[in-house]
Design a protein around this ligand. Structure first.
Ligand SMILES: [Zn+2]
Length: 376
């Protein structure tokens, strides 16, 4: 008896027809109250050695249909090793073809990172004596919002903020955060030492726990896209942003990195806050410096592909990156990683992967340390 399920933490699929294994029909469910959808994560049981052809029939109506071109889904037997599987897109359906080697197999849009794993990462990180932990408050579903602080507050210290997972379907941000947290709590790492001595590093490991648990692509329990809720935020619709923003107001911000994934662009890239009203040569210089140092630090980074810069004055201040840059007049960037592969450095088996995300998190930390004397 073959079974397809997604009724678990972070799961999302609706099975329409399982009667023919050569034409399994699935659809992705939208984000509760909001019309976004693209994240899928489901389990197939009882199909060992059986060739499966799985058609996601509502793929063309997804939030970013351009994300399906040249895209390959991931599969895993153990939630650790996620490998790419044959995937095609005909302009209507996304078709995943795979013959599982085990009785139970998971398929996902990108290596899954459920809410339980977010919490396990927090518990592991909290054991370090080099980091302090607080709850900032609760989400609408009653989950605690975790906050970390590395480095003791003191005179003349720079305030770095690093946030991940405003968008729950962008799981690469959590894998990135695993690498970042491991390095910032490494006693002997010289870059981490510099940051802890000269800065206070404020970290939100997972902004949108409700969206993660519910299997959403972009929004929280109220259907709010948190990365469009920074200028006007409320405890009713976006408590995650409200509480993090309030903490930022307490500490001040000298540097901000907001970690995301992009559906369509097959490379890692940075997006600046260019287009905010107060944009100036100094903002430009700091962004260029960070990008140049990251190019040296990581062979997976590039500056050719990315979003077009906003025209002067046209930045959307509802977005965290622009809101923070304008409010605190500081270096503030969005870091995007691909769902596809990093084309400048392709990997036929895994594509852009958890291991590479972790490494990229570590590499970004080194650049943050190199920036310490110029950010303010
Ligand atoms: Zn995002």
């Amino acid at each position: 008896m073959i079974k397809i399920s997604s009724d678990f933490d972070h799961g999302n699929i609706n099975c329409l027809d399982l009667s023919n294994l050569s034409d399994i029909r699935l659809e992705i469910e939208q984000d509760g109250k909001a019309k976004f959808y693209q994240w899928f994560f489901y389990c197939v049981e009882g199909a060992m050695t059986r060739p499966l052809v799985m058609n996601i029939v509502n793929a063309n109506g997804a939030s970013y249909p351009g994300g399906w071109n040249d895209y390959r889904a991931v599969a895993s037997y153990d939630h650790e090793r996620w490998f790419r599987v044959e995937t095609g897109y005909d302009g209507r359906s996304l078709t995943i073809k795979h013959t599982p080697d085990h009785d139970r197999v998971y398929y996902a849009y990108f290596a899954a990172y459920p809410a339980a794993r977010c919490k396990a990462l927090v518990e592991k990180t909290r054991r370090s004596s080099l980091i302090a932990h607080e709850y900032l408050g609760q989400t609408l579903d009653g989950q605690d919002i975790d906050y970390f602080r590395a480095g003791e507050p003191g005179e003349n210290k720079r305030h770095y903020w690093v946030n991940a997972r405003q968008h729950p379907g962008e799981t690469m941000a959590s894998w990135w955060m695993e690498g970042f947290l491991a390095r910032i709590t490494d006693e002997d790492d010289p870059a981490a030492q510099i940051l802890r001595e000269k800065a206070v590093v404020h970290i939100i490991p997972c902004m949108n726990l409700d969206g993660v648990k519910r299997g959403h692509l972009r929004t929280n329990a109220a259907g709010t896209d948190l990365n469009r809720a920074w200028r006007n935020t409320s405890m009713e619709l976006s408590p995650e942003v409200f509480l993090v923003r309030r903490k930022m107001q307490e500490t001040g911000v000298d540097f901000f990195l907001d970690v995301h994934g992009d559906e369509a662009i097959p490379n890692n890239f940075l997006d600046s806050a260019k287009g905010i009203p107060s944009w100036n040569d100094r903002h430009e210089m700091l962004c260029d410096r960070y990008a140049a140092l990251l190019l040296e630090a990581s062979k997976d980074f590039q500056t050719k592909d990315g979003y077009p810069a906003a025209a002067p004055g046209a930045a959307n201040l509802d977005i965290a990156n622009s809101y923070v840059a304008e409010t605190w007049n500081c270096l503030s960037m969005t870091l995007e990683m691909p769902f596809k592969d990093a084309n400048i450095n392709p990997d036929p088996v895994y594509g852009w992967s958890p291991e590479r995300c972790r490494k990229f998190g570590r590499d970004n930390l080194a650049v943050m340390a190199q920036m310490i004397d110029v950010v303010r």
